[in-house]
Write a protein that binds this ligand. Structure first.
Ligand code: MSP
Length: 641
């Protein structure tokens, strides 16, 4: 196991696949998610110096497709050509860098399927027999009674048909013991662990042989069995083989290079064919099993799985048009914990864009480059003598790279992003504390050192975020004046502090504009109704986004030209300037030394030319404004919960 891992790392080769999608429906958010995951994973390996191959495509045979074609009055071929091209055309619009798009109607694929069928047949692992079973057309598979819920397919909520016919069977039961042992010996064969456990628990019961054919008199839209022309191949047996035909198996050079490093990405709906049928098929065909099966959960919309029948399909391009591609990609990767279900909503996207992208990252980037232009005329800063603060920035930024790599390799994308955001927040605080706007007046050398410790981490952040947001990060790299960009930079280079050199720094366009929440009339009504039912309640999550802290007022002064405003210096664990509209209720000297409650994560705003970094909590009534004070001598910076 350890040896295999080491081999995987030392060879630096990776093969990444998505499911091949059925062409009975147009691409939706769920398809987009799996494919974006594969793309992020590929791009991460590109900047890690791996040789990569990324396969996606469409699954085009079977009864389900014939029915969908009939419904729109098209022949299966016309129909699959149209929908398959919708997938193929969508991916570039989502910046998906796949290397090959496979269709199960491709002649090369058909040849490979027949080659494998022959191989297994000749070996004696395919036999002819009678079968009676419960068949769900939606899933294109037989169900056992114990798998049904109230006699219905758990996914499609329809009663399966009873089908009795003669067919060919794959002797899957023969491989059960081998499979259990293989999964037990390779703990990360199926991951996350919950799915591995699910498969092992399923394998506690005896495995039935797999029916792998359909009689032509019932279905013609499939790959003919090479040893009996009266039958076509069962769709799953056909579809899974795409992972081999996409590499040109059996002769293809690509197969030899990439197959030992195969990573499949799927959602939990197709766990059984991938975790059980597929390894047994490979074993029977005398091919090494794939390396990893990576299984994610469902995107739900309003608590229900997305489906055509529920009418809650989310179309990826609608979201991209509204919020931008990189924001969409970031949201999907940050919001879903790989392996668990997630809920999609536009409110959630807007919150993430505003908080993470516009406020944290966008703001940091913009203010840093504005300062670089203003104080250094765009010249790359130079590092002089450093202090504990700079050592800390450097150590934490470099440590983040290590953490990031570990998380990315293990499909923990949200954790990788959290690590990056910790550095972003560290930098925002460092800037506030170092106040380059003060340094420029008194100490140019120190200013340059501080700016260096802002710009270097920004370069690193732009590289680490490239797999997630390729086009925005390339714009960042342009503004940072990097000589190389995107796919040409290697993670190894950023591990060496200061190695990526800049030519000239310039502030470009704002990368992630804030989204003003505009709700449609229909949504407003719905919200209003929900609000009324719940008394306009917000969730604990919404509340916990507000960073409230105890502050101590250090200084207060009037702002010339304003009757209402005071400029305060407040210690909230760090020193910040706050412009507060309390001049008519408080005298400056009465405020100094007082404890107050401050909203610390408000987007800074310019008021009377002064940047206000937060807000005081206060109550107001006819008697005037009353600031809120904690009961007792609390340490400045303490969190208010
Ligand atoms: N054709 C088979 C796969 C054969 S692979 C050899 C198939 N196709 S599908 O069009 O139904 O795609 C299923 C896959 O689409 C899921 O495994 C997942 O990757 C993606 N998703 C579809 N709906 C989804 C969600 N609601 N949420 C997350 N992913 C989803 O099954």
């Amino acid at each position: 196991m350890k040896e295999m891992k080491e081999k995987e790392d030392s060879q630096k080769i990776i093969y990444i696949t998505t499911p091949i999608y059925y062409v009975n429906a147009e691409p939706h958010l769920g398809h987009a998610y799996s494919t974006i995951v594969a793309d992020v994973f590929k791009r991460f390996h590109v900047i890690s110096g791996y040789k990569t191959f990324f396969l996606t495509g469409t699954d085009e045979h079977g009864e389900k497709i014939v029915k969908a074609a009939q419904q729109v009055g098209k022949s299966p071929k016309e129909y699959v050509d149209r929908i398959s091209s919708l997938f193929r055309e969508l991916w570039p619009k989502l910046n998906i860098s796949y290397d090959h798009f496979i269709r199960t109607t491709d002649p090369e694929h058909i040849k490979t399927v027949q080659f494998i069928l022959n191989k297994i047949y000749e070996k004696g692992d395919i036999y002819f027999g009678q079968y009676e079973g419960l068949y769900c057309v939606g899933c294109e598979r037989f169900y056992t009674k114990r798998e049904l819920v109230d006699g219905k397919c758990p996914d499609h909520k329809t009663e399966p048909e009873v089908i009795k016919e003669e067919n060919y069977f794959f002797r899957m039961s023969k491989y059960q013991d081998w499979l259990v042992e293989y999964i037990e010996k390779h703990p990360d064969f199926i991951r996350p662990e919950r799915y591995r456990n699910e498969v092992l628990s399923f394998l506690k019961e005896p495995l039935e042989d797999l029916c792998i054919s359909r009689p032509k008199k019932r279905l013609t839209w499939g790959i003919p069995l090479p040893f009996d022309e009266n039958f076509v191949t069962y769709v799953w047996f056909d579809a899974l083989i795409n992972y081999l035909s996409g590499l040109g198996y059996p002769e293809g050079e690509r197969f030899k290079i990439f197959w030992p490093y195969a990573h499949h990405i799927i959602a939990k709906d197709i766990l059984k064919p991938h975790a059980i049928y597929w390894p047994c098929m490979l074993k029977a065909a005398e091919i090494e099993p794939y390396r990893h099966l990576n299984v994610h959960g469902y995107w739900n919309v309003e608590e229900a799985k997305m489906s055509k029948s529920l009418g809650n399909i989310v179309r990826p391009l609608d979201i991209v048009e509204k919020y931008g591609l990189d924001a969409f990609r970031y949201f999907l990767m940050r919001e879903m914990v790989f392996g668990l279900d997630s809920t999609f909503s536009e409110d959630a996207i807007v919150n993430r864009i505003n908080a993470d992208l516009a406020n944290d990252l966008g703001n940091l980037f913009r203010r840093s480059l504005t300062m670089a232009e203003k104080y250094l005329s765009g010249e790359p800063p130079v590092c002089h003598e450093i202090t504990e603060d700079e050592r800390d920035i450097r150590e934490k930024t470099l440590a983040c790279i290590e953490e990031y790599e570990g998380f990315m390799k293990n499909f923990m994308f949200h954790r990788a992003l959290i690590s990056i955001w910790e550095v972003i927040s560290l930098l925002n605080k460092y800037i506030d504390r170092m106040a380059p706007w003060e340094l420029v007046k008194k100490d140019k050398k120190r200013l340059s050192t501080v700016m260096y410790h802002i710009i270097e981490p920004l370069k690193i952040i732009s590289v680490l975020l490239w797999p997630f947001m390729p086009s925005s990060t390339e714009k960042m790299q342009e503004m940072l004046g990097l000589k190389k960009k995107g796919a040409d930079i290697r993670i190894e280079e950023i591990k060496e502090w200061g190695r990526l050199s800049s030519v000239h720094l310039s502030r470009g366009e704002a990368l992630f504009p804030r989204i003003e929440a505009k709700t449609s009339k229909k949504e407003e009504k719905k919200k209003d109704k929900k609000g009324k039912e719940k008394g306009n309640l917000i969730s604990i999550d919404d509340f916990s986004k507000i960073d409230l802290r105890v502050g101590k007022i250090l200084a207060a002064e009037k702002i010339p030209g304003s009757k209402k405003l005071l400029k305060l210096k407040v210690n909230t664990g760090e020193e910040r300037t706050i412009v507060a509209g309390i001049a008519e209720s408080y005298k400056e000297e009465d405020l100094v030394g007082r404890l107050v409650i401050v909203v610390c994560n408000l987007k800074p705003a310019k008021i009377f030319g002064i940047e206000s970094q937060g807000m005081l909590l206060a109550a107001s009534d006819d008697s005037g404004i009353h600031i809120i004070t904690p009961d007792g001598d609390v340490t400045p910076g303490a969190k208010v919960k």
